[in-house]
Design a protein around this ligand. Sequence first.
Ligand code: ATP
Length: 620
Amino acid sequence: MDKKQKFSLWYFALTLLIVWLFSDLVYKPLITRQMEVPYSTFLDDLAGGRIQDVSLRDDRVLYSLKRESERVRPVIRSAVRIQDLDLVSRLSEAGVVFGGVAQTRSILDTLFSILLPFLPMMLIWYFIFKRMQGGGSSVMSLGRSKAQEIQGEMMGVRFSDLGGVGEAEVELREIIDFLKEPERFNQFGAKLPKGVLLVGPPGTGKTLLAKATAGEAGVPFFFMTGSSFVEMFVGVGAARVRDLFEQAKKKAPCIIFIDEIDGIGQSRARGGMMASNSEQENTLNQLLAEMDGFSSNTGVVIMGATNRPEILDQALLRPGRFDRQIQVVLPTEEGRLEILQIHTRDMPLNPDVNLEAIAKITPGFSGADLANIANEASLLAVRRDGENVAMDDFDLAIERVVAGLQRKTPLTESVRRRVAYHEMGHALVACYSPCSDPVHKVSIIPTAKGALGYTMQMPTEDQYLIGETELRSRLAVMLGGRAAELFVFEEASTGASNDLERATELARRMVTEFGMSEKLGPVRYAGSGSMYLQSGTVSRSDLSPETASAVDEEIRILVTEAQERALDILKEHEKVLHEISGLLQEKEVITGEEIVAVVKRVENVDITFDCPSPLPKRNS
Ligand code: ATP
């Protein structure tokens, strides 16, 4: 039923109700003036000879009075009928016209008297269903897909709005050409992939890529997220999939885009029998069937996006369905620069803003992170009432994104001292460890995320491989804060708990994933985990108790050694530690260059972070 029909049905019912109310409450009383009187008045009127005629009903006596002239409106009087055995003889004696009235009700009366009691129930029912649908317009539309259809030209997203996705763009070009001129491909008998799966970490622009594909091809784009198929009602998910494909086929050539497809495409074998969700399974089965059901030349291309490809059902990935996977990776330095340029296009930038420098110090940042940085920088510029967005705004924005907002409450003197040594512990161990990332900034201004201070290291280049030396250095740097507290205050504090968590996790991966334990050898002991979800590693469940405890022992050794190494470094450079910690307490924030300058002054040593020449070169 379409919207128009539903509307007219409601209007019809409403009109009927109004007509009935009008006729009963307004019209009838208007044409006949009816007056309620007691039975005694009726008897008086009868005895007085004022009555013209009488209608006897089961429950009432209706009578009209004699009129003085024809122009006077008839007055009908109505009295509740009581038991009166002499009534008929009295009427005959008085010589009035009288008779019984058959109790007939109009069809409308009958209809309403039946329907009216159900009306409140129907209304409640209607509103409950409307709610369940999350604002859908009627119960009937429950099985309809909630896909948003956007015309390609109206999307306004082009490949030029995306930076650093060159390879993905090349692969998608073919699909755009096909959508633009399907006949040319059909002439050659070429079959295009029915489904394209965009795979990559969060925020790398997968959704944007799909939109740009539709925008470039100028075709309609049906957008839906995996989770919105499944409702609490059985069968709704499958019905929505069917409806989505039906709608799309009518609009071909077009693109169906299912974001977060893992919401329905999860492997049916995952979690065993107990965890199976039959509604999700039905929806997935329907999706598989629909993808099989149309030939690749219908002009419908299905695009999906996920950051968890490993949990997708294998059936979804086989040829004929999502047979083409496009990896959308984190942007390289060049890509980051492009993304920054795109997101600062409409901003008034101060000439001191160096986007190349920002791109350089932000490896590992996704497109969404960079967009966030650009936006934060412009917000900061507005807040300080500046004329344009300056480099300082970008610096602060990066800090915000990395460490959270700065908190205004000051720390007590003793806590500040401890935090300063803790942070300098990290920074100095980084300065003296081989292959470490250069220290960019150290701060003891608490952040809104709860850290009392932070040491920010920035890699100089994109990293594809990390050597064992560097991993060991990272462990030492993580434990540098705790080592400094042990060395200076002779006890550790709770401040190092996050460092310990990260260090233990890294050591676990070194032992169980990277084969970096001599004792346990080059064997993988970790369970299958997610590539992109960098939450903790899970141990394999089939490890023998001896191996499991050997893994724990190796992790303990790695972390303990790292702490000892950090302690050795700090003891060796005690003078620098005290000097820079004092400076940090004074200034609250110091840069990497300032640290290098202090080291140069105190020890006459140039710190370089080159790898593999691990140790600082001594000046002769
Ligand atoms: P998720 O997996 O979390 O859904 P996603 O990969 O789909 O993330 P998008 O939603 O496409 O990411 O990107 C979020 C925002 O980040 C975009 O609106 C855009 O502003 C920005 N962005 C991400 N990647 C890029 C890029 N390559 N170029 C320009 N902007 C980008």
